[in-house]
Design a protein around this ligand. Structure first.
Ligand code: FEO
Length: 162
């Protein structure tokens, strides 16, 4: 086994967090879809896909290192939001929490001098910077446009997507 039981358990827990994020981002995508804000919806559907990929990276790592794969129960996502700002703020808070979780995993890998796990986790460290910045910017433009002008956010996203 190329992974300690303790680190495998922590990775399994992280699979739960990543799949939980997938469900939460699907709920956010649906919230924007119901409001006919198609690009905001598309952004969160894409983000949900990314979270699934994150979970799969951990699944494959555990399998490759012959650890025990034990996927935990995934809590139900918050189904709806009072405003676009609340939805984007929840996404930012989530990404900040995940950054903390990944940092803890890296600290554990360092403590165990598990260089293989450190190399694996470095990708997530870099990814979290990207994801926190993405959600922080999104929240900022939603705040600047205000709830009544979310079509301007859609127009902004058309521009960003080009
Ligand atoms: Fe898997 Fe958005 O962190």
């Amino acid at each position: 086994m190329l992974i300690s039981r303790k680190l495998a358990a922590a990775f399994n827990e992280q699979i739960g967090h990543e799949l939980g994020a997938e469900l939460q981002y699907l709920a956010i995508a649906a919230y924007f879809d119901r409001r006919h804000l198609k690009l905001l919806s598309k952004l969160f559907f894409a983000q949900a896909d990314e979270e699934k990929q994150h979970a799969l990276k951990f699944v494959h790592y555990i399998l490759d290192t012959q650890g025990d794969l034990q996927i935990p129960a995934i809590p139900a996502p918050k189904p709806t939001f009072a405003s676009a700002e609340e939805a984007a703020a929840a996404a930012l808070k989530w990404e900040e929490e995940v950054t903390g979780q990944i940092n803890k995993l890296m600290a554990q890998a360092v403590e165990e001098t598990d260089y293989m796990a450190q190399s694996f986790l470095q990708w997530f460290i870099d990814e979290q910077l990207e994801e926190v910045v993405k959600m922080d910017r999104l929240l900022s433009i939603i705040r600047q446009s205000g709830e009544r002008n979310l079509l301007m956010v859609e127009a902004y996203l058309v521009h960003v997507e080009q």
